[in-house]
Design a protein. Sequence first.
Length: 318
Amino acid sequence: MNVIIRVDSSKVIGSGHIQRCLNLANNFSLFGIKSFFLCSNFSGNLNYLIKKKYPLKEIKSKLKIKKKYKPASKSIQLNDARLTINYAKKIKAKFVVLDSYLFNYIWQSKVFNFFKLIFVDDLNIKNKCNIYINQHYQKKNFDKTIFLNKLTKKFIGPKFLIINKDQIKTKSNSKKKKIFIYMGDVDTANYTGKIFKIIQNNKFENYNFQIILGKNFEKKKQLLKYKKKKNIQIIDKRLKSIWNKFNINNDIIICSGGLIGSEAMFLNAKFILICQNIYQFNNLPINKKFIFKNLSTISEQKLLSCISELSLTKRLKK
């Protein structure tokens, strides 16, 4: 059985959608389902990660994305839907997967007429699909009016997190405690640099930090020029998985509220989660002690206090 996966990555979009769909394709392969990817060639894309394992057809797109969460125009959506339908027919796909904020019910309604459609969502977008997956939403009340297809099967909540179990294996034999900092592939607001400046303070010298820079992090060169203290290490290369270096019993991760944050919660890791936008914050449980709306809501002393408290615990309680 063949499936089309329509997903993108870029300097604006980031890498989370691609990584999630690679996880999905990996799980499909366990059931004999072959995945074919359809992706735009946006600047800063991570299509090379897909090419290593799966067939990929690139779309030469003239669309300039300025806002990550804004859908494409109606004409662009309909044109893209036609390209998707034609490619799906060519490879005899049984169904189509969409993981993108660019294409809402306009794109979906077109594809829905020809193929079974799975929509992976984070923002509670108005949709028309056969299967709806939203792994981030954790509140009881869900807006049912967003579903144009009354027969849509819904998989909502963190228990439907799309993961690759091989990539979230953690270590448990390392005695040296580390604090990982990863604010995503793009980090437009430069949370990485701002946290770096905070931990340069002598108050943090008893902790060992590893800062992982995203491929599309624009402040990368600027950050690498700073003189850093001995307890701070900067990793400027794409890791297959952060979790492979992570000691689940001892280590702490400071991260954003995207895919990496969801994985931290799934693993029951010790985390300090700093949201980069209101969408991340709204989809997370607000009663979590170490989740912050944005960087401005966490002071230097608060960050130190969180690290100190987490260092004294073995693992967070679920």
